[in-house]
Design a protein around this ligand. Sequence first.
Ligand code: SF4
Length: 362
Amino acid sequence: MKVNPAYSTKEALIALYNKPLLELVFEAATIHRQFHNPREVQMSSLLSIKTGGCAEDCGYCPQAARYHTDVEAHKLMTVDSVIEQAKNAKANGSSRLCMGAAWREVRDNKDFDNVIEMVQAVNNLDMEVCCTLGMMNENQAKRLKNAGLFAYNHNLDTSPEFYGDVISTREYEDRLNTIDNARKAGITVCSGGIIGMGEAVEDRMGMLMSYMQMETPPNSIPINALVAVEGTPLENQKPIEQWEMIRMVATTRIAFPEAVVRLSAGRTKMNMEGQALCFMAGAGSIFAGDKLLTTPNPEFNEDKEMFEILGLIPKAAFTEGEKPETLPDPIIEARKAKEAARAQQLEDAKAKGFEPRKVTVS
Ligand code: SF4
């Protein structure tokens, strides 16, 4: 049951969200147990592979170049440093690595080739690889799929009605297209939203309705609480109560019984009891590690302690789908062949006694 037919209208979802809290949690916990192992929670790590300097204007995001925040822009990480971070995340119990680049869209250039190599390498470590790189077309999605990408994250963020209050540089429709491109390439879709941006409950449920109306709803739905960062347009938003997070997780769980509901940004503002209710209500994943792209997150050790107290077990990779195969990427292979041929020519020339000409620039 991909979607719950009992809650296929916005009115039904709003009524569900507003149910007495413990009844809502009980209903969500019951559904969760029918479709998932309630003790298993996936530990995922989120790595910012290219930070800051983004041309978009997402009102919640400290990485947008136009806002004056403390985030320092960094160019794309090297493939080797990503592999090192992935190994470290795996050693700490993460079975999924999400790589985020602050790009408006994917461009067919050397940076994207490097991302392809990152995906290949992390998939070969037997971790689920997820990328969030902005908008992408069908060909780019196919290259990522062939590299071994398991999931593509692209959030709708909120309802179509509230969307324009937060973002103006791209349309809701653009987001739907990117999600569609990932789906067509055979990549699983991770798409969710942020609460606490000033939206109404109707908007939170409006976002869930957008997922309800998809031919295939997302396999994974991250629920984030806004982390209001100084310098962004949403810097003065009052933090939401953790009860709202619990309600949102529970409602999402009931509406999409098969999806993995991910308790994502904003956990630092929740106590362990609040998080426990989220797990009870069906959250099947957390982000582990002290940073969530650029905002703070609980440390690995704190989460290990919480898992022990609550009797949770880290979920293994590929329990929700087969490990994708990593195939050679024709563009990268052609580039490497060209580089090898050039190196060979140089060797041959040296063997014949030719020295490469030194060019002096005055
Ligand atoms: S959320 Fe993504 S697209 Fe929007 S400003 Fe931040 S990095 Fe750019």
